[in-house]
Design a protein around this ligand. Structure first.
Ligand code: IDP
Ligand code: MG
Length: 139
């Protein structure tokens, strides 16, 4: 059975461009509940750890640099079928290929600066939630 949680990050450019409020509203209106939420600035070490599955990809260094370039909002979200429904809400990785009306279509500026992260599996949703949130930060 599909899990009920997923982890998102509103990436530095989307936050800097004042799109966080609109994105959080879309997330809420799509039926996700906030179980945890905070504003943080990652060090490059922390961003590197978060994206370590991509460490052999050509875009890794640049991604790590980008993700540690400014504050981000991260949230633990709850909904039935959370991982898949959230990826539908945000659209394809490349904003140019994302469906109209999706978060990445609306707020992504390029393949790297694509506005938001969304977990890719139930297993990674748990790992990523544990990366950001302690027990007393969850509701
Ligand atoms: P996802 O975020 O849709 O799950 P992943 O393949 O897991 O996509 O890639 C993680 C992040 O790395 C993407 O959201 C994007 O910011 C960045 N990225 C992915 N592929 C490329 C690329 O080819 N060039 C530059 N950045 C990329
Ligand atoms: Mg991914």
């Amino acid at each position: 059975m599909a899990g009920k949680i997923t982890l998102t990050i509103i990436k530095p450019t989307a936050f800097r461009n004042n799109n966080a409020g609109a994105i959080l509203k879309m997330i809420n209106e799509a039926g996700f509940k906030f179980k945890a939420l905070k504003l943080v600035k990652l060090t490059s070490g922390q961003a590197g750890l978060f994206y370590s599955v991509h460490k052999d990809k050509p875009f890794y260094e640049s991604l790590v640099q980008f993700m540690s370039s400014g504050p981000v909002i991260t949230a633990l979200l709850e909904k039935d079928n959370a991982v898949n429904d959230f990826r539908t809400l945000i659209g394809a990785t490349n904003p140019e290929k994302a469906e109209k009306g999706t978060v990445r279509y609306l707020y992504g500026t390029d393949l790297q600066q694509n506005a938001v992260h969304g977990s890719d599996s139930d297993e990674n949703a748990i790992i990523e939630s544990d990366f950001f949130f302690s027990k007393i930060e969850r509701f």
